[in-house]
Structures are given as C-alpha cells and as structure tokens.
Design a protein around this ligand. Structure first.
Ligand code: FES
Length: 153
C-alpha cells in the first residue's frame, strides 16, 4: 500500500503555505520610507535617501585616508546614505547606500557591501549585484579626490 501519490501534493501545499508565512514578516520588517507599494519589487528610485541633492556638489565627505583600501564606509550626507569605497589605493568611488531591493541602508561587509534586510551583496568595485535578491546595482554617486579628500562632484 503506497500512499505517496495522495499525500505528496498535500504536503507540498503545506510547505508552500509555510514559506509564504515566513516571507511576510521579513518583508514587513524591511520597512523603509521609500513607498515601494508593498509589491516586493525594487526600491523606489525617487527615495530621497538614495542620493544627496545635486546642490551638495562640492561637499567634502571625508579624507580618502579614512576609507580602507579594498573596502569602504557608509556615510549620511544631507539626509542621503552614501557608500564611499577605495577599490584601489588612491581611487575613490561612491554609490547610493540604499539597497535597490526594498530600500534598507546597506553596510560594509568583509568582502563586499551587504544589505542586512534580505542579504543582497554588492561589489566594492562598481556597486554591481553580487548576490540577490536585489536585481539592480547600487546607483553611482559622483565623487572626486581633491587634496586627499573625497568630494561630491
Ligand atoms: Fe532586501 Fe536589501 S532591502 S536585500
């Protein structure tokens, strides 16, 4: 007497329902003020935390010496979260510090930029997605190095 055909689909249904229940609290915990509509999609591109205003051009962010080579730091700049990285000694790049998945502020990990909400990872080199669920890279924030300081451009 083999009961597998009649119990298999029912068991899969229970597992699928359970997975759905686990997903809802995680998405709700992400929060953010991006107003993503709750559809589980990408963060709102108009999120004011995603980039400093263009009027901030010329603002000194920090000394390049304060940015670890091969890593970076997360700053708040006029209400926006910005990741400044030094992929190679003497060079600076910056990206939005707002995860493109659902808008959480990212952190600096051991080998890349990480999102604490759902585990997305982004490259120190160019902000590209290393690991999802984020589907888009961190948008670049224009910076230059002036007299050893990283400055918004
Ligand atoms: Fe979901 Fe960043 S907000 S991975």
């Amino acid at each position: 007497m083999d009961l597998t055909p009649s119990t298999g689909p029912a068991r899969r249904g229970v597992l699928a329902a359970g997975a759905g229940l686990l997903t809802v609290p995680l998405l709700a915990a992400c929060g953010g003020s991006g107003g993503d509509g709750g559809d589980g999609g990408d963060a709102d591109a108009q999120d004011s935390r995603a980039a400093p205003p263009s009027s901030a051009a010329g603002t000194r962010l920090l000394s390049l010496a304060d940015v670890p080579v091969g890593s970076g730091v997360v700053l708040e700049v006029q209400g926006a979260s910005v990741v400044v990285v030094q992929p190679q000694e003497g060079t600076a790049k910056a990206f939005s510090g707002v995860c493109t998945h659902q808008g959480c502020v990212v952190q600096i990990g051991r080998t890349d930029i990480t999102c604490p909400c759902h585990g997305s990872e982004f490259s120190f080199t160019d902000g590209s997605v290393v690991t999802g669920p984020a589907g888009r890279p961190l948008p670049p924030v224009p910076v230059t190095v002036v007299d050893g300081d990283v400055v918004l451009s």
